[in-house]
Ligand binder design. Structure first.
Ligand code: ACO
Length: 323
């Protein structure tokens, strides 16, 4: 038995923050942001909106697209680094909102690879018959952990949520998932505080409770790792580059995405790009890009998709999917 994606959905908060808006907030220009990242605008959650709010909207849209109701869902996993609270996890918060009880519900913390990690777990449960209808979500409110006075990071991030419903199938579906991580890079991209490592005299209280990133160094490792990752996913299935219909990458930086596409000999027309409109939404970026391409008709049933992501940890992952 295999799992397949039965429906997709996304939700973006109403408020749009453009590069021109950022020009008024920090010493930057629209030209610099577009040249270095490809980003033009991003969505920002309202003050009262949390990650679970975004996740709920995306989940409801994915369920509608899949033709299922909350009563059908028997497994919930949410990739997020910006949960509403330490616990209950976002999966449980979502379960309560959907009015369903009893099924496994949890979140996975793997930064920008969170959705790929979540999808690979849900795939195993559905493919082995332990779940029959799984909700897999990537949802983030990165704006809450962004230093809006730091031009090197604040121009990059945005908020949003994407979701898919996974159901059993006789044929793949999810063809294969490939995950990796290397904690040696923990100091290149991180948020310094959490419940167990608090700001204050013990751990230092001057680091700033925000995303910290050595962008240049992250960039180099990301390009190299993603090159190896896409080859691993194709090699494991004896597939040539040309077999891939669509590359659906994590939307961190246009230049990183172009480098991966070059490695795959893929024209950029076969790459789904949303970062110009969404910015980097971490775990939400891949399922949102998938939903955009499904709903605008680019991705069709039977297409072979390569989803890939890379983020803080470092973590990385790819899923090869027959849609
Ligand atoms: N506006 C204008 N100038 C800026 C800005 C800005 N917003 N930000 C930085 N600069 C300046 C720097 O100060 C620097 O100036 P200097 O040369 O006088 O020192 C210059 O621009 C170049 O800075 P770099 O950091 O070298 O710029 P780079 O070309 O590397 O682009 C970027 C920076 C966009 C962050 C890039 O490195 C990148 O995308 N890195 C990877 C990000 C990523 O993939 N993250 C992983 C996922 S995120 C997650 O997991 C949460």
């Amino acid at each position: 038995m295999y799992s397949r994606i039965a429906g997709t959905g996304r939700y973006l908060p109403e408020r749009i923050l453009t590069n021109q808006d950022l020009e008024k907030m920090v010493d930057t220009t629209d030209e610099w942001i577009r040249d270095r990242t490809g980003i033009e605008r991003r969505h920002i959650a309202a003050a009262t909106q949390t990650t679970a709010d975004l996740a709920e909207q995306a989940a409801r849209r994915a369920m509608e697209a899949a033709g299922v109701t909350p009563a059908d869902i028997d497994f919930i996993v949410v990739g997020t680094t910006t949960p509403d609270v330490v616990f209950p996890n976002v999966g449980c918060l979502l379960q309560e909102r959907l009015g369903i009880h009893g099924c496994a519900a949890f979140s996975v913390e793997a930064a920008c690879s969170g959705f790929i990690y979540a999808l690979s777990i849900a795939d195993r449960f559905v493919a082995t018959g332990q779940a029959r209808c799984a909700l897999v979500i990537g949802a983030e409110t990165l704006s809450r952990i962004t230093d809006w006075s730091d031009r090197t990071t604040c121009v990059l991030f945005g908020d949003g949520a994407g979701a898919v419903v996974l159901k059993p199938a006789d044929e793949p579906g999810i063809v294969s998932c490939h995950l990796g991580a290397d904690g040696r890079y923990k100091d290149l991209l991180y948020h310094p505080y959490g419940p167990s490592r608090c700001p204050g005299p013990v751990f230092g209280d001057d680091a700033g409770a925000f995303i910290h990133m050595k962008g240049n160094e992250v960039f180099k490792v990301a390009v190299k790792t993603l090159e190896g990752l896409v080859e691993e996913a194709l090699g494991a299935n004896n597939l040539e580059h040309a077999a891939i219909d669509w590359l659906i990458p994590h939307q961190a930086n246009l230049r990183i995405i172009q480098a991966t596409a070059r490695r795959l000999d893929m024209p950029m027309e076969r790459v789904v790009l949303t970062l110009q409109d969404h910015g980097n939404t971490s775990a939400a970026s891949i399922p949102m890009a998938l939903d955009v391409a499904v709903r605008d008709g680019r991705v069709k049933r039977g297409d072979l998709l390569l989803l890939e992501g890379f983020g803080g940890g470092f973590t990385w992952g790819a899923c090869l999917i027959r849609f």
